[in-house]
Design a binder for this molecule. Structure first.
Ligand SMILES: *[C@@H]1O[C@H](CO)[C@@H](O)[C@H](O)[C@H]1NC(C)=O
Ligand SMILES: *[C@@H]1O[C@H](CO)[C@@H](O)[C@H](O)[C@H]1NC(C)=O
Length: 442
């Protein structure tokens, strides 16, 4: 008899102790998910919105700065990825499941989406999730850690845990921390799906400011509520050109068995939920740019500086001391062929734009590769499409901007055509330039 009484108890304890890695379907789950290009969600071509994407980048860096110093006053803006676009994960939430499209974001932790009842919701093409119709929906208790993202507040009246994310550009999401079942469509078998119970997420009832293309954010950062912890210690993603919405091989892999850890590795530092790598130098066409490597270093006392990897941000941002030499070298190659364009921008700093034909003048005539040299010999090579973005028929801009803080950030544009593998246990990140299609047999 004793066995019958103790077994369930032991079982409960195991679930409790390993609650971050317990899953429904198997002991070590792996999910291979298709990434949806956000342009697939647009029926018509958007006009240029440099200022919006730029604003979002500023907001993120401001937030990163605040967070790196432990001073959480505002949350990062989920990038409004107008130019270039970003990637969405198609998931369903609740029981019965409701489809949602969430931005993949390595720069934040929490999964959040718009929820009914809406005090404020921006327009979305999919039905807004109504938690009252999901029988697996539960409120999540408020357990805050020092750097939990976002900051949480227990409301004793409604007995719920409220999250609030306010962005620098007056965008934000407020709601209740909840948990529910997530259902994923795996890439191999469209008729099968994998479900994961009790996923903590933010049910956003009050969402304001610039709308997203998707219906929320899927945070892959390291914070305690991040989905990555439900799949072990490894994940990887690979996406092709941001300007090719029809490319079918964009993929996110969660889980130790399936994550593609390929190519050169560089040490990964995890701090305050962010993924930091160490940039040692930047070269162009094989020539090292005159940049003091110290400008890439993180100050361990203040938390300032360093370089994060951020898929939620389209643009790459560099501190002035690194940005200026790069821009100067680029303009040296231009050799006066393009005049700088005065694009209507309302942000704090300027995205550098030029009058020229992106396809004819850059892609077809070629441009030298810009390489980020990371510690331990890993390299991230940016071809012409990773350095520039087309904004209008006769206008292109740098996809690299000066950061306003002192943090550097490697954005989605710079990560095109790479498989990027994260090994959170070995603290390594791997980069392999690849056609994502070779990773899988379809
Ligand atoms: C998302 O997945 C659902 C099936 O769960 C499918 O019907 C829908 O077309 C998918 N949406 C996109 C944009 O891929
Ligand atoms: C969950 O939170 C909502 C919103 O505050 C509240 O109305 C509801 O009573 C809570 N449910 C439970 C089971 O505590």
């Amino acid at each position: 008899m004793a066995i019958f009484f103790t077994t369930p108890l032991v079982y409960d304890l195991i679930i409790l102790c390993f609650s971050t890695s317990v899953v429904l379907l198997s002991a070590s789950p792996t999910l291979v998910l298709n990434l949806v290009h956000s342009n697939q969600m647009h029926s018509s071509q958007e006009p240029p919105y440099v200022s919006r994407s730029e604003k979002a980048s500023i907001a993120r860096l401001e937030y990163s700065k605040a967070k790196a110093t432990g001073d959480i006053i505002a949350h990062l803006s989920p990038n409004v990825p107008i130019i270039p676009q970003a990637f969405l994960v198609n998931i369903s939430i609740g029981s019965p499941p409701v489809t949602q499209l969430l931005h993949m974001d390595t720069g934040s932790d929490l999964l959040w989406l718009q929820c009914q009842p809406c005090i404020n919701c921006y327009d979305q093409s999919l039905p807004i999730f109504d938690p009252s119709r999901s029988y697996t929906h539960r409120n999540q208790s408020c357990i805050t850690s020092e750097y939990s993202m976002p900051s949480l507040r227990f409301n004793s009246k409604s007995r719920s845990c409220e999250y609030s994310m306010r962005y620098m550009d007056d965008t934000g999401s407020k709601g209740i921390l909840a948990k529910d079942t997530l259902v994923f469509n795996t890439i191999y078998d469209e008729s099968s799906s994998a479900s994961l119970p009790n996923v903590v997420f933010g049910c956003g009832h009050d969402n304001y400011g610039d709308p997203l293309v998707g219906t929320g954010i899927l945070g892959l950062g390291y914070g305690e509520y991040s989905l990555v912890h439900r799949f072990g210690t490894k994940f990887s993603y690979c996406f092709g050109s941001l300007d090719d919405p029809s490319y079918p091989h964009n993929v996110l892999v969660l889980g130790d068995d399936g994550a593609n850890i390929l190519g050169d590795t560089t040490p990964l530092e995890i701090e305050n939920g962010f993924y930091y790598v160490t940039v040692e130098a930047i070269s162009m066409d094989g020539t090292m740019l005159p940049i003091n490597p110290g400008v890439f270093q993180r100050n361990y006392q203040t938390g300032f500086g360093g370089t994060i990897i951020d898929t939620g941000n389209s643009l790459t941002s560099l501190v002035k001391e690194a940005y200026e030499p790069l821009k100067n070298k680029i303009e040296e190659v231009f050799d006066g062929r393009f005049t700088t364009a005065d694009v209507n921008q309302e942000g704090m700093f300027k995205v550098e734009c030029y009058n020229g034909d992106y396809e004819r003048d850059l892609v077809e005539s070629g441009f030298p590769t810009v390489t980020f040299h990371l510690s331990d010999g890993a390299e991230l090579s940016l071809d012409v499409k990773s350095v520039f973005m087309k904004v209008a028929p006769n206008l292109f801009c740098l996809a690299v901007t000066p950061s306003i803080g002192n943090m550097n950030s490697i954005g989605a544009t710079a990560q095109q055509n790479y498989n990027i593998g994260y090994d959170l246990e070995a603290k390594k990140i791997s980069f392999e330039r690849i056609d994502c299609g070779v990773l899988f047999d379809y």
